[in-house]
Design a protein around this ligand. Sequence first.
Ligand code: PHE
Length: 356
Amino acid sequence: MTDNTIASLEKEATSVENQFQSNVANITANPTPKSVDELRIAYLGRKGKVSALMEGMRHLAKEDRPAAGKAVNNLRQKVESAIEDLIIKANEWQLQQKLNQSPLDVTLPVKTQTNTGSLHPVTLMRRTLLREFRRLGFTVVDGPEVDLDFYNFSALNFKDDHPARDMQDTFFIDGRDKTVLRTHTSNIQIHAMLENSPPLRVVAPGRTYRCDSDLTHTPMFHQIEGFIVDERITMGDMKGVIDKFLKAIYGEDLSTRVRPSYFPFVEPGGEFDLQCVKCRGKGCRICSKTGWLEIGGMGMIHPNVFEAVSYDSEKYTGFAFGFGIDRLAMLKYGVTDLRLMFEGNKQFLSQFPIHS
Ligand code: PHE
């Protein structure tokens, strides 16, 4: 300011206002947040032009101050409201800018996920099995993994001192040998028969446990149990059902066969073989040159089992089978080492599909 009179202050105020108006005119067509902020600082900032005018008032004669104050305040209000308008315009401009720059294209493919999990081969096989058995009219049930001796052994016609109990390498839960980790899914037969009356058509997949660990055995493994109880059920029905689901999984051109074998809860009992999925019967490493693969046990339900659950063994017959799911999965997916099935190795698991 040149001198300290009100006249010069008013002159100065008018000049500031004129400058401001011309600055506004320059940016008003497309104000950006940055240009508006620069303008705000230039006029209203601590060292801004309007602040300088306020400062100048201190040098005026006392009686001139109210009038000058009014004039400067007036100017400040004008500047403030003009800048507020510009801020609104600048925000709109910025929004418009964004809309123009990156229009959202909803038809673009999403970024592919590289870290998604996949289904475990045992899960895949279990789902495949259940799908096939549901198609054949079976109901899927579940049962306890920790169970009483009664369900795992005695009701299944394992006599107390029967050597077959030793064959099962049982994990006992309590000292009195009354509670066990089930050694097979056959305990479901007893649970399901006690809870329902015939006819029955049931499958039950689940974990099973045996105190056994080597190249081809793990302490925990998976089985699927299946059984039918009705009037006039025969071995022919059994062979038909098993043949049908194995073919559904491994292909129509593979043969199956039954060999006689012993399980206390079936009579007659047998083991079921599938023609080797690898060499198709010629003999190779997978099938130990026999051309056949053991899949599981089966047989006609023993009358003593029916007695244990109070079914009329004169009226009803039935068959049961139990297969290892892990083995079925290994054969299906060409896995040659059982340990891979339980190690949780990400590289191994990521080869399997996400969906079943
Ligand atoms: N539970 C038998 C096992 O684990 C398999 C089996 C089931 C055999 C049903 C006959 C009938 O070895």
